[in-house]
Design a binder for this molecule. Structure first.
Ligand SMILES: NC(=O)c1ccc[n+]([C@@H]2O[C@H](COP(=O)([O-])OP(=O)(O)OC[C@H]3O[C@@H](n4cnc5c(N)ncnc54)[C@H](O)[C@@H]3O)[C@@H](O)[C@H]2O)c1
Length: 444
């Protein structure tokens, strides 16, 4: 799949960006704008150019232009068609809040444009079906940037499974934790609203569901889950207002809150490879001045804890756990097959672990009837352990785009939809107490 067309006159692909998010700036806009040589960022200005920015927040666009000393034309959501006719992009990059993706995907496809879309592709299966239908009648195609596939340990595991080291996959054990620093961040940003993010099983866990779908080369079939809001929201376990029986304002809550106190040490810098807060540009439309969001607010409506099982079409199954308030961040993953097992543990933020943790992520292969093998993998420089840089090379360099894709790293709209479907099935199962069929959600 060729992700974008080349403008023959310029020799560069022209991109319009919908949603000048922090992710958009770091992952796409600056790398296409500035050959500044930052380690792990790369220089992609030869491969493409940004020709338009669209956002609900015009002050944010203006401040970005000022800061970067550029003059990119800015548009609002109701000016999508004008933006296309005036700036003639070859492709659209969709990077706003998750709930805004579907609209721009469909509108770009209606213009026969290719789309690069951040994960999650959309926030529910109704939106996914609209995108798949629009793509069927468009000359454009959708590429979902499931960057997690590109991490080296994941490519090593995919190769092992593809080459038959495990035989037929029988089951997966997957425990994913976010720590008290990164986990909280989802509850004082837009991600805390189901209608903007789909909830944590979508805005966060599509990374995990897509990873397993892809590693197994399988299609999810049915999901059953329990889940709850334990740590955050009004009844959060550490809410100082509840503990003290006093209705504190946000400032006072933070002063008394163990999450805030744990990480906001005066003068202390917390390193985070992930999105952990807000950036320095205005966010006044998304977060109006005077408004304040904190982790114990009453209107938090999503779960922070899940235990689930997923069945795949091959008959394989997965037990999955997600916890948004853990003492360490990362995952423990094991995949069993008829010929053996692979195991790995990943400490996403070793310097935030309350114990000595390593950057290394070896993959241990245990054949059923042989010696254990430990395969070292590299932690590459750049965001998300170098996966973002690899993905950009794949998207924005001629060599990358033309290279064969034997591991199937490039995620299609159908794959984007299947990851979202697992996430939607999971929270719906929590609500109904019954298993949810993926086919019933996606009509497929
Ligand atoms: N792949 C990854 O590892 C990764 C990491 C972080 C974020 N993401 C994804 O990137 C996207 C952006 O997330 P973020 O946290 O960086 O966002 P953000 O909160 O930093 O920015 C959102 C931007 O979108 C704008 N906006 C809000 N509603 C809009 C609308 N309807 N139309 C156009 N613009 C709108 C806001 O003004 C703001 O500029 C999300 O889909 C998120 O899930 C992916």
């Amino acid at each position: 799949m060729e992700p974008s067309r080349t403008n023959p006159a310029e020799g560069k692909t022209r991109y319009a960006v919908c949603g000048l998010s922090r992710r958009a700036i770091g992952m796409f806009v600056r790398p296409l704008l500035k050959p500044d040589g930052t380690a792990g960022r790369g220089d992609f200005a030869d491969g493409g150019e940004i020709v338009a920015l669209l956002d609900v927040d015009q002050a944010r666009l203006a401040a970005f232009n000022d800061r970067e000393r550029v003059d990119l034309p800015g548009f609002g959501p109701d000016q999508f068609d004008t933006m296309i006719s005036e700036t003639r992009p070859d492709a659209v990059i969709v990077t706003g809040p998750d709930g805004s993706h579907a609209d721009y995907l469909v509108r770009a496809l209606e213009h026969d444009l290719d789309v690069i879309c951040e994960k999650p592709m959309v926030i529910d299966c109704e939106q996914a079906k609209a995108v798949l239908a629009a793509e069927r009648t468009s000359r454009g195609t959708v590429r979902v940037t499931h960057n997690s596939r590109y991490r080296e340990p994941h490519q090593v595991m995919r190769r092992m499974i593809k080459d038959g080291w495990l035989g037929r996959i029988t089951n997966v054990e997957f425990v994913h934790n976010l720590d008290t620093y990164h986990g909280t961040s989802y509850f004082y940003r837009w991600n805390r609203y189901r209608d903007q993010s789909g909830g944590l099983t979508i805005t966060k866990a599509v990374h995990h569901f897509d990873l397993i779908n892809w590693l197994l080369g399988d299609v999810p079939d049915q999901v059953f889950a329990y889940g709850a809001l334990n740590y955050y929201g009004k009844n959060g376990a550490h809410n100082p207002s509840i503990k003290d029986g006093v209705d504190y304002d946000h400032d006072e809550q933070r002063r008394r809150d163990p999450y805030y106190q744990r990480w906001h040490v005066p003068g202390g810098e917390v390193r985070d490879d992930h999105l952990s807060g807000r950036d320095a540009l205005p966010y006044d439309v998304q977060y109006p001045p005077g408004s304040s969001l904190y982790i114990y607010d009453d209107d938090i409506e999503i779960e922070d804890t899940y235990s689930a099982v997923v069945r795949y079409r091959s008959g394989a199954s997965m037990s999955y756990s997600l916890n948004l308030s853990a003492a360490w961040e990362g995952y423990v993953l094991a995949i069993n097959g008829t010929e053996g097992r692979i195991e790995t543990t990943h400490y996403t933020a070793p310097d935030r672990c309350p114990f000595p943790a390593t950057d290394r992520q070896p993959i241990t292969y245990l054949p059923l009837f042989g010696e254990r093998q430990v395969h070292e993998t590299r932690r590459l420089p750049g965001s998300h352990n170098g996966s973002d840089l690899q993905l950009r090379q794949d998207l924005f360099t001629r060599q990358g785009a033309a290279a064969p894709d034997p591991l199937g790293l490039r995620a299609s709209s159908r794959e984007g939809a299947l990851a979202v479907a697992v996430g939607e099935a999971m929270w719906r199962s929590v609500r109904s107490g019954a298993p949810v069929d993926i086919a019933a959600l996606l009509d497929a």
